[in-house]
Design a protein around this ligand. Structure first.
Ligand SMILES: O=P(O)(O)OC[C@H]1O[C@H](O[C@H]2O[C@H](CO)[C@@H](O)[C@H](O)[C@H]2O)[C@H](O)[C@@H](O)[C@@H]1O
Length: 265
């Protein structure tokens, strides 16, 4: 499935496939799964999920999902294989195997989360078509199913009220305003996974503003891919999750060849 990939991207995949220990860390929504109206309806494209499973089965090859979703939600929509490592809640939740520490909030964080949830509940009650998504360390205002003017007003009302709560961190995403009472980002997720796997090179792909933190954590030996439009520091770009399937399939094929032939840096 290498036809149709940009020659520079194909060459970069070929080069990184030869690394000693490869980590393939992927965003979920907008990267493995097309964006849909309701968060609970998102699913990975079957061919992308299959390519991730193939990669995970190869020697010295590690897979991970790095998502803004809560881990529980990520497990439901992504159905990760047991060998796939998970970073949820934009880095605040971590699963690198049995015994991974559970996320806990101190009293001040729990209070801030209750206050933030009350704000988002009142915004959702006021602005039709908006929705609330609860996470263990945060709460999300979804506006994808609201009219554009309503979405804008709801987001600005929520932003103003949430910014007044001590200990609350805000992130903008695709038709979402995300709130967390833990300061974390996907760049920290990349560093944690790099350490957990002792990876000699990392492939990361993502489609959203929050994925730029992960791309910023990549080094010259790594490979960053942006899915879709928007400013990015990634060296490579494809148009859609459907196009990204071909990237995963090519990487899987190249990595299999590299590990089976013993070719490495
Ligand atoms: O880091 P990700 O895996 O990309 O997660 C980011 C957020 O994704 C979800 O929201 C986005 O996808 C929804 C389903 O396609 C869409 O309806 C919404 O408009 C998008 O913003 C998820 O609901 C959030 O919790 C994640 O933080």
């Amino acid at each position: 499935m290498k036809d149709g990939l940009a020659p520079e991207l194909l060459e970069a995949l070929r080069a990184i496939s030869r690394t000693q220990r490869l980590l393939v860390a992927l965003d979920f929504d907008g990267t493995l799964a097309p964006i849909v109206e309701r968060a609970e309806h998102a699913r990975a494209l079957p061919a992308s999920a299959a390519a991730v499973r193939e990669l995970a089965a190869l020697p010295r090859t590690y897979t991970a999902f790095i998502s803004g979703r809560a881990l529980d939600s990520l497990r439901v929509v992504a159905s990760p294989g047991e060998e796939t490592l998970l970073i949820g809640s934009h880095g605040a939740e971590v699963f690198t195997g049995p015994g991974s520490p559970a996320l806990t909030l101190d009293d001040a964080q729990a209070l801030a989360l209750r206050e933030a949830t009350a704000v988002v509940e009142s915004v959702v009650a006021t602005y039709p078509g908006t929705r609330l998504e609860a996470k263990p360390a945060g709460v999300v205002l979804h506006t994808r199913t609201a009219d554009d003017d309503v979405a804008l007003a709801a987001t600005e009302s929520a932003r103003k009220q949430l910014a007044a709560i001590a200990g609350v961190h805000l992130k903008d995403g695709k038709r979402v305003l995300e709130t967390s009472v833990i300061s974390s980002d996907k760049g920290q997720g990349i560093e944690l996974l790099r350490g957990a796997t002792d990876a000699t090179a990392v492939v990361f792909a993502g489609d959203d503003v929050t994925d730029e933190d992960a791309i910023g954590a990549l080094g010259p030996q790594d490979l960053g891919i942006r899915i879709g439009p928007g400013a990015s520091r990634a060296a490579h770009r494809v148009d859609s999750p459907e196009d990204f399937t071909a990237v995963l399939e090519a990487l899987s094929e190249l990595r299999r060849t590299a590990v089976e032939s013993g070719v490495q840096y």
